[in-house]
Ligand binder design. Structure first.
Ligand code: ZN
Length: 164
């Protein structure tokens, strides 16, 4: 996903001298539409592209730690049906890294949609939304693959899937 990452220190250094009382007014251009974006925005008002400012007191005051915002924006897209369902359910932008996404995809392929969904529900009921739920779901999938190295698919006959 494209997003605007502005480093206030670098921008100020590029401008040259900026008086202390004008630092909060420094803007930068949206990489998508070219609109000037202030340090009080977390998305472009014209094209909705997300905005993260680092080293900006103004931005941090409104939106918190920019590193956390970035890790959310850098999520890896799902390549599977249940991977996307997991992302949606956890209300995150993506998997935390490529390995996690691939492991989940392997899990879905080997154990089937229903087993993957029951893992999502199991984890979600336990931990709720957020990246914590994502991490637990991936860990549960890995554990199950480790414990069942030869299992290929799970037949669903009685409405109950998997071992949970
Ligand atoms: Zn824009």
């Amino acid at each position: 996903m494209d997003y605007n990452l502005f480093d206030l220190d670098k921008i100020v250094a590029g401008i040259g001298h900026v008086p202390r009382n004008e630092i909060d007014d420094v803007k930068s251009k949206c990489i998508v539409c070219g609109r000037w974006i202030t340090q009080e925005e977390d998305q472009c008002l014209t094209c909705n592209t997300p905005v993260v400012w680092v080293n900006s007191y103004m931005w941090k005051k409104s939106y918190g730690n920019p590193r956390i915002a970035l890790s959310k924006l850098d999520g890896v897209e799902a390549s599977t049906v249940t991977g996307q369902e997991l992302i949606d359910k956890c209300n995150v932008v993506g998997f935390p890294n490529k390995k996690a996404e691939q492991d989940w995809a392997t899990y879905e392929r080997r154990f089937g949609l229903e087993a993957a969904r029951s893992t999502i529900n199991y984890v979600f009921n336990k931990t709720g939304p957020g990246s914590g739920g994502m991490a637990h779901a991936v860990a549960a999938a890995r554990r199950r693959m480790r414990e069942n190295p030869r299992q290929r698919t799970t037949k669903v006959t009685d409405g109950k899937a998997g071992m949970w």
